[in-house]
Design a binder for this molecule. Structure first.
Ligand SMILES: Nc1ncnc2c1ncn2[C@@H]1O[C@H](COP(=O)(O)OP(=O)(O)OP(=O)(O)O)[C@@H](O)[C@H]1O
Length: 306
């Protein structure tokens, strides 16, 4: 059984198809990333899968439960960290967790046990009785993650979980996502942070203007774009490499004192660079072959057609 299934999910806002026939499946135990630029439709997709809004077309399911027709069962199977805080700010972290436990029908003693464990793991236990209003952004985000986990759901949804957080909170959240995943929880997360997707995800769906343009593992996505290999080179004195006729180059980019040459044929380009340096009596200070970063692939795939 798939942990998550989206089948031609579609949502319109007026005439805009914010999400347009989006289909994918997430296996149990996977960390699945939904990566796309601002306004691509990530949050809208997640809201349909988490029962906040209804799809106009298509279906979604969580552990086999239809997100519309069997919403209660689907809800029991997922914990959600939404894009805006769902914690009550006038009560304490502890009270927020008890409320969430009640909402999911978890027996009170079990909620208390889990709440204590979670708050300790998230470094919030000492502050558990403080009202949430006084929490920093990072503390609030950690609390929201605790709330999403208190029902011990098999699936965890996170919308931009580390966006705008300090390095420490962000790292803690990533560590915990990995940890709960090791414990068997399937994770679906949206992000526009390529490095985060690269570090965390088993597979990534790239979404652009409401449509999925690729679904694959980070490494396979990188391998797909061989022509996005590049050579970084710098010489001992400044030269205008863009004016030098080198063959086999798709694009030349100057970055600081270095040049980055994109090519599908690094061998030929490196030989030409060496010849050029010799004829001009230049010393090559640095030369490296870079495989495409996820960012390169992302930029390529999310480029709007002219
Ligand atoms: N409630 C709404 N009413 C009208 N338009 C909306 C609404 N919610 C989203 N949109 C539009 O739908 C498109 C997709 O938005 P969505 O929030 O899903 O994108 P996103 O990928 O999550 O982007 P971001 O990273 O900026 O949150 C955007 O063009 C957005 O302006």
């Amino acid at each position: 059984m798939n942990a998550i299934e989206a089948n031609r999910l579609t949502k319109y806002y007026g005439s805009l198809a914010a999400v347009d026939q989006v289909s994918f499946t997430v296996d149990e135990g996977e960390i699945f990333g939904f990566l796309g630029p601002n306004g691509a439709g990530k949050t809208t997709t997640m809201r349909m899968l988490t029962g906040v809004i209804r799809p106009d077309e298509g279906t979604g399911s969580i552990m086999g439960y239809d997100v519309v027709k069997e919403n209660i069962r689907a809800k029991q199977a997922r914990g959600v960290v939404p894009d805006t805080s769902n914690a009550y700010v006038d009560i304490s972290a502890w009270q927020n967790l008890l409320l969430t436990g009640d909402l999911y029908g978890v027996p009170r003693r079990l909620t208390e046990e889990r709440a204590e464990k979670l708050l300790r793991r998230f470094g919030l236990y000492e502050k558990r009785d403080q009202v949430v209003k006084g929490y920093s952004k990072g503390m609030k985000q950690r609390l929201i993650l605790c709330m999403a986990l208190v029902s011990e759901p098999p699936i965890l949804f996170l919308d931009e979980p580390t966006s705008g957080l300090d390095v420490e909170s962000s790292r803690l959240i990533k560590d915990i996502v990995r940890e709960v995943n090791k414990g068997g929880v399937t994770v679906f997360l949206t992000t526009h942070n390529m490095e985060e997707a690269n570090q965390l995800c088993d597979r990534i769906a790239i979404i652009r203007s409401g449509r999925i343009v690729a679904v694959d593992s980070p490494e396979k996505l990188k391998a797909r774009s061989k022509e996005l290999q590049s050579i970084e080179v710098s010489f001992d004195r400044p030269i205008d490499l863009a004016g030098v006729p080198l063959s086999g180059i798709a694009k030349t980019v100057k970055a600081g004192d270095k040049y980055r040459l994109y090519t599908g044929d690094p061998d030929t380009v490196i030989k030409q660079l060496v010849d050029y340096a010799e004829s001009e009596r230049l010393r090559i200070v640095a030369l490296s072959l870079l495989s495409p970063s996820l960012e390169d692939v992302f930029v390529e795939l999310t480029k709007k057609e002219a």
